[in-house]
Write a protein that binds this ligand. Structure first.
Ligand SMILES: O=C(O)CCC(=O)C(=O)O
Length: 300
């Protein structure tokens, strides 16, 4: 369970890191399943509904950037998202009735080239009727300063929802030159494999390239209070049964709780579709370096 201090810290700063959430057996299984799903990239020339490929991918040298919607990609991911070792920690933050979002991902930052993620607020992608919405990140590998850890800007979940558009079109990232945000205040979330990060959907976060020789894989499940109903995003609300099935704890309701939360809709849709990495391609000014060290060395 979370301590009173951890709960207060989450509400105040918008994030926490909890150690030892997955035991050795679950962690081993999670890694094995992730290897199995990622191995399907060997048969792919381009990204599909499950696998997002890094630029430079080939069948001989597979480069997987992300496993999309893991709960659909393997039944183990679906079982894991509802396990009490996770949901016990969410209940004090968003209440007893919890739904898994239809999104979610495993971000695979491969050694030496794993891609950065520009600063953004998840809320810009999927505003809801109230902001009891968060992402829980399970560390498959140790997350350290040099392998592109998730970085957060404490307290920003209480501030505005920033513009995530470029030239009038959604791009899933904040232009660092256009906002008065001090990105130097970012806190890297480091921890041992098996730990879990939790961040509020309105918290600004991002991450650098992986410059180390070790991979950094992070399974991000997104959860909402059951009475937070999506106003945009990937939820297929035309399929109520499927929506309803994603309740991982407590019960569903057809009465959304509507609160005064700031909202910007992610429309017109991003020019590049498929994943956040694709959406962010049209951002005018990047904050993070995107060229892997290896590539730059080759170019000079
Ligand atoms: O994997 C990361 O470091 C950042 C993930 C993230 O913020 C996202 O994919 O929305």
């Amino acid at each position: 369970m979370l301590t009173k201090q951890q709960i207060e810290y989450y509400h105040e700063e918008g994030y926490i890191v909890v150690e030892d959430v997955l035991d050795g057996q679950l962690l081993t299984k999670l890694r094995a399943v992730t290897d199995e799903v990622a191995a399907s990239a060997r048969d792919l020339d381009e990204s599909n509904d499950v696998i997002d490929l890094e630029p430079g991918h080939s069948r001989e040298m597979p480069r997987v950037r992300r496993i999309k919607r893991p709960h659909l990609a393997h039944k183990f991911y679906l079982e894991l998202c509802a396990k009490s070792c996770i949901t016990d920690l969410l209940e004090p933050l968003i209440g007893p009735d919890i739904r898994l979002r239809a999104g979610g991902k495993v971000n695979m930052k491969s050694a030496e080239f794993g891609a950065p993620v520009e600063w953004h607020q998840d809320w810009a992608f999927y505003p809801h009727t109230n902001d009891d919405v968060l992402a829980a990140g399970l560390l498959l590998d140790d997350m350290a300063l040099d392998n592109g850890p998730l970085m957060v800007l404490p307290g920003t979940h209480k501030g505005p929802v920033y513009d995530h558009h470029s030239q009038g079109v959604f791009c899933g990232a904040i232009d660092p030159t256009m906002v008065g945000v001090d990105f130097s205040k970012a806190v890297p979330l480091t921890g041992k494999a098996g730990s879990m990060t939790i961040h509020h959907a309105r918290l600004i976060h991002g991450s650098e390239l992986n410059r180390s020789g070790r991979q950094r894989r992070l399974l991000l499940y997104e959860y909402t209070a059951a009475d937070a109903w999506p106003m945009a995003g990937v939820e297929p609300l035309t399929d109520f049964e499927e929506f309803h099935k994603r309740i991982v704890r407590g019960s569903a309701t057809i009465e959304p709780r509507v609160e005064m939360v700031p909202i910007r809709m992610p429309f017109p849709k991003a020019t590049h579709q498929g994943s956040i990495y694709e959406n962010q391609r049209s951002l005018g000014h990047n904050y993070f370096e995107h060229s892997p060290v290896v590539k730059r060395a080759e170019a000079t």
